[in-house]
Design a protein. Structure first.
Length: 187
């Protein structure tokens, strides 16, 4: 198995990816970010997320995915989404889940939530961190385990990631995406 791991999230200025009810509010939805995200997922071989995360795009049903859940033990096809595999990581490893989903290589797009992001924190080749600096979500759901006690930048850096140059996605709202990449050392 040969995979490239990429994470994707858009966050508020206070590091939140959702409101207190685990819902991404409209205030965090921007056309430039949605286009960037959709194009990235169209290139992915596999999308991985928890039960509260879903991209709700035109091609969503066509994408192979792993949906993390603690409600099942054995790997199973999601009865509501035929391209989705329900996966409990306490009972099956990632490689086993990929084999069940019939995915052996390519880009794995991790799209959240915080516990799912955390599971792959030491595997990311690139984590695409989109930021909406004018949005605040008090008492929201932090994008990573440990946020807001630490900033999302601190969490990524603590796992050996370094930020690249940000790209502007929405000039009217100053929304950017920054690629955080693994800091590899040469032999």
């Amino acid at each position: 198995m040969s995979f490239r791991f990429e994470g994707y999230v858009i966050i508020s200025a206070d590091g939140m990816l959702a409101d207190p009810m685990h819902v991404m509010p409209d205030s965090l939805k921007f056309e430039g970010d949605k286009l960037f995200f959709e194009q990235a997922l169209d290139r992915a071989a596999l999308v991985v997320h928890g039960r509260h995360s879903h991209e709700q795009q035109a091609n969503s049903a066509k994408r192979k995915r792993l949906v993390l859940t603690r409600k099942i033990k054995a790997l199973t096809v999601d009865p509501e989404m035929p391209n989705a595999t329900l996966w409990n990581p306490d009972h099956a490893g990632f490689k086993e889940a990929c084999a069940f989903a019939d995915v052996a290589c390519g880009t794995v797009a991790i799209i959240g939530g915080p516990v799912v992001f955390d599971m792959f924190m030491d595997r990311y080749d690139t984590f695409w961190l989109s930021e909406a600096p004018h949005v605040q979500l008090p008492d929201g759901e932090g994008c990573f385990v440990g946020v807001p006690e630490r900033t999302p930048h601190d969490v990524l850096a603590s796992h050996g990631m370094k930020p690249g140059a940000p790209y502007l996605l929405d000039a009217a709202h100053d929304v950017t995406v920054t690629p955080w990449r693994r800091a590899y050392t040469s032999p």
